[in-house]
Design a protein around this ligand. Structure first.
Ligand code: C2O
Ligand code: CU
Length: 502
């Protein structure tokens, strides 16, 4: 079936953004081949896209640029601790406009923390006081939200106790590291635009009391995507197209810690590496598979699992984190970390496979190390003091899609009231035909039936997910906290509300 394509004019170049009805594949002939020609984007790689079953009126995502294999590093810079005290981490972060080379030889205008995408990794240990001197050198007001971190509500960078930091202004974020884990930071003002421009970074909190993993590397891997004009490298504004309004903004280039996908790293066969995955994308779901290697999950949203768990596929939704230990067993092979197809909306079109990272193993195998059999004790929460239902939905207004919680859109969703020190059961009932990643600020929850705790969880289309929310007190825990869909366009579009905890 020949399908209609919507052409969007961007900076004078015509780009096909693949807003087509499902058919038997794409119309490759109308790709902007001139724009692609000068780059090391293998046009041949575009041939094996999986556009879903076809035959229904879905909206497949953008046609991905497929970078040729390249080699390099995925390391992120660490924030510099300027405080000599053993239990204080004091760093300076400046939000600034920068140019980043996502595509070889092309400059992309980005908004960054400290000039890099991702921003510097903040490292601390449990018990440390973290002080972040922040300066906003952007032309817009912003905040920093510390996703997943339990801290005082006035330091959350979101919600009623905080206000946006004006251009040129400064703010000091101060909080104590309470929980070990992989967290991340990003703005909470016009987040869909600001995060997309490059404002995100990781915060890694370690706990000397946790078991040591016999890994040779412990690396942050932040997954993102950007929508670039392949000819100029410029980021393309997509907010008015139908798919973005419905499904959120997906880019055409997958990034791993700010580098274009399909990067090769050399490893030794048999060695273990810890990867701390963060999904910082506005809307893209990454379903990860390590083809030719093994992945054992050791943590979710920062918290260690009870025991390492072998995973062949790992779905990582926007906002979510997962720590895995990867290994390539066979010498002289290449294992590929691949984002495999996932359909996050009924008839929404599956994503196409994306090669993110290749692990190229040498023959030089060290003695195989193994992980501890237990990682953390799990304590189930007591039975809930209250049970609530939150219905996630959507409706059309005359101008746009409105995303709702219990049929209302922010700021009209009534504020919930919860008591510190109690547990509540929240039944998150997704009435819509697309998945929504649900995120609560300031507190952890235990998904009913899973023996772990999280702060971000996928709620598949037409499904109810139950979580036990732990309103455990911590310093500054009293106050208003946001909860919302982490598809940032959905949050901006109304699927966001507040729980007041006292
Ligand atoms: Cu990662 Cu309210 O956000
Ligand atoms: Cu959503």
């Amino acid at each position: 079936m020949r399908t209609p394509l919507i052409l969007i004019q961007v900076l004078g170049a015509t780009s096909v953004l693949a807003l087509s009805a499902c058919g038997n594949g794409m119309d490759h002939g109308s790709m902007d081949n001139d724009a692609m020609a000068g780059m090391d984007m293998g046009a041949g790689d575009m041939g094996d896209m999986d556009m879903g079953d076809g035959g229904h009126g879905g909206m497949p995502g953008p046609t991905m640029l497929a970078p040729a294999p390249w080699s390099g590093s995925l390391s992120t810079t660490d924030a510099i601790d300027t405080n000599a005290g053993a239990n204080v981490v004091e760093v300076t972060l400046r939000a600034t406009q920068t140019e980043i080379e996502y595509l070889p030889g092309k400059k992309t205008k980005a908004w960054t923390y400290g000039g890099t995408v991702p921003g510097p990794t903040i490292r601390a240990k449990v018990g440390d006081r973290i002080i972040v001197h922040f300066r906003n050198d952007l032309p817009e007001a912003t905040t920093i939200h510390w996703h997943g971190v339990r801290l005082p509500s006035a330091m959350d960078g979101a919600g009623p106790a905080t206000s946006a930091i004006a251009p040129g202004a400064t703010f000091d974020y101060t909080f104590d590291a309470l929980d070990a884990g992989t967290y991340w930071y990003h703005p909470h003002v016009m987040a869909n635009e600001q995060v997309d421009k490059g404002l995100y970074g990781a915060i890694v909190i370690t706990d000397p009391g946790e078991p040591t993993l016999p890994v040779v590397a412990d690396e942050v891997m932040i997954l993102d995507d950007v929508m670039l004009d392949a000819a100029t490298g410029e980021q393309m504004a997509m907010k008015d197209d139908m798919r973005t309004q419905m499904m959120g903004l997906e880019g055409n280039l997958a990034l791993v810690s700010g580098r274009r996908s399909n990067v090769g790293l050399s490893v030794r066969a048999g060695e273990l590496r810890r990867w701390r995955f963060v999904n910082s994308a506005n809307a893209r779901y990454f379903k990860l598979s390590l083809v030719g290697g093994t992945m054992q999950q050791v943590a979710t949203d920062g918290t260690l699992l009870e025991k390492p768990t072998a995973v062949s596929e790992l779905l990582l939704v926007p906002g979510e984190r997962a720590d895995v230990v990867v290994r390539v067993d066979a010498p002289s092979t290449t294992a590929t970390l691949r984002a495999v197809p996932y359909e996050r909306a009924m008839e929404g079109g599956a994503t196409t496979p994306i090669d993110l990272v290749r692990l190229i193993s040498t023959a030089d195998a060290p003695a195989a190390a193994s992980l501890p059999t237990t990682l953390r004790a799990f304590t189930p929460l007591s039975s809930p003091a209250a049970v609530r239902t939150l219905r996630l939905g959507e409706r059309m207004s005359s101008t746009r899609t409105v995303f709702t919680i219990n049929d209302a859109a922010f700021p009209d969703v009534p504020t919930l009231n919860a008591k510190l020190g109690t547990v509540e059961e929240w039944a998150i009932q997704n009435e819509s035909e697309m998945d929504h990643p649900f995120h609560l600020h300031g507190f952890f929850f235990q998904p009913v039936g899973a023996r772990t705790r999280k702060d971000t969880i996928n709620v598949p289309a037409k499904t109810t997910v139950r979580v036990l929310v732990d309103f455990h007190p911590h310093t500054g825990a009293a106050g208003g906290w946001m909860y919302h869909c982490h598809i940032l366009e959905h949050a901006e579009g109304g699927m966001l509300a507040e729980v007041k905890v006292e």
